[in-house]
Design a protein around this ligand. Sequence first.
Ligand SMILES: Cc1cc2nc3c(=O)[nH]c(=O)nc-3n(C[C@H](O)[C@H](O)[C@H](O)COP(=O)(O)OP(=O)(O)OC[C@H]3O[C@@H](n4cnc5c(N)ncnc54)[C@H](O)[C@@H]3O)c2cc1C
Length: 338
Amino acid sequence: MNIAPYDVAIIGGGPAGLGAAIALGRSRRTVLVIDAGQPRNAPADGAHNVLGLEGITPGELLARGHAEASTYGVTFLGGAVRTAAHDEGGFRLTVELPDGGAGAVVGGSPATGDSRPTTVRARRLILATGLVDVLPDVQGVREGWGHSVLHCPYCHGWEVRDQRIGILAGDARAAHQALLFHQLSDRVTILPGWNSQEKGTPGVAWEAGDDDALLKALGVPVASAPVTALCLDGARVRAALLADGSRLELDAVVVAPSFVARTELYEQLGGDAEEQPMGRAIPADPMGRTPVPGVWVAGNAQNPMAMVSASSASGVQAGAAVNADLALEDAERRIHTR
Ligand SMILES: Cc1cc2nc3c(=O)[nH]c(=O)nc-3n(C[C@H](O)[C@H](O)[C@H](O)COP(=O)(O)OP(=O)(O)OC[C@H]3O[C@@H](n4cnc5c(N)ncnc54)[C@H](O)[C@@H]3O)c2cc1C
């Protein structure tokens, strides 16, 4: 199936992609949002620090954004973009549709019931593909992720205030997290993890080093031995098991994932991802324009630290910048054909 050229294809329908879609739809651009439907905060009960929508569920937030974008004629395609290439006047994408593709296109071209990759063409691209949280390899972390295994004091710190919080320490970020979670609870404990653990080697237990004075000043203790596993009841953390055989009762555990932006499509287009202090991401100017002509980026794909509001705001900025770029291109074409 070929889908006709759009002004803009937005890859990713999270807060960043939807922010861009609304800005472009309201500018009377033809817009296709292609989304694989795996937003980063999906496991969380609510999204916090979202002005005017405090605590809204992630699914409800996206449903509202989807409905708002549809009002302005934005088209949605459920599927994963597998390839991106330069094409005459823009870009060509191949999209793998989910099982059978039935109902894949909403509010635009008809669905086909065809699971073969779909080809989409667009004049400009916005990459709003988000990132992958690479979690520490400790038993129980994945099971509790987004519920009682947490990473961000602003996303879910209030919800665990005054509770027994363990900070799973793997690197220098542990002291920073202890500092911030100590603001929310005076029952914070550092759980040493294993540093530099390679397959087949035992690894080195985390040590406070220069942060020892800070932890002592806060009154944050370090557990007696490295953590070997978390005990959960469903998605609720109950305790940490330590290498010396002891068990520490807990209500929540804080981890520091590696943030790895989804950069594959950008690299297919000839771009180079950059290493940032918090992970790997796509470089861009303040409006989201990348070094690859015609390609913009928004949200966590560009800034791993961006929360929901910052991500949607960067999407609006990128959408506005793309609209201006297209308007200029069209005006210049008119000048040359006069
Ligand atoms: C557990 C947890 C809780 C959080 N809680 C909060 C909170 O309370 N408040 C807050 O402000 N922030 C919170 N965050 C951060 C928030 O999730 C991010 O700021 C936000 O999701 C970033 O939006 P985004 O659009 O850049 O990426 P995402 O929301 O991750 O959306 C990216 C979308 O792109 C799609 N995609 C990726 N690759 C492709 C492809 N090749 N083809 C098609 N689609 C693709 C994905 O499936 C996904 O749907 C939380 C994060 C986590 C992990």
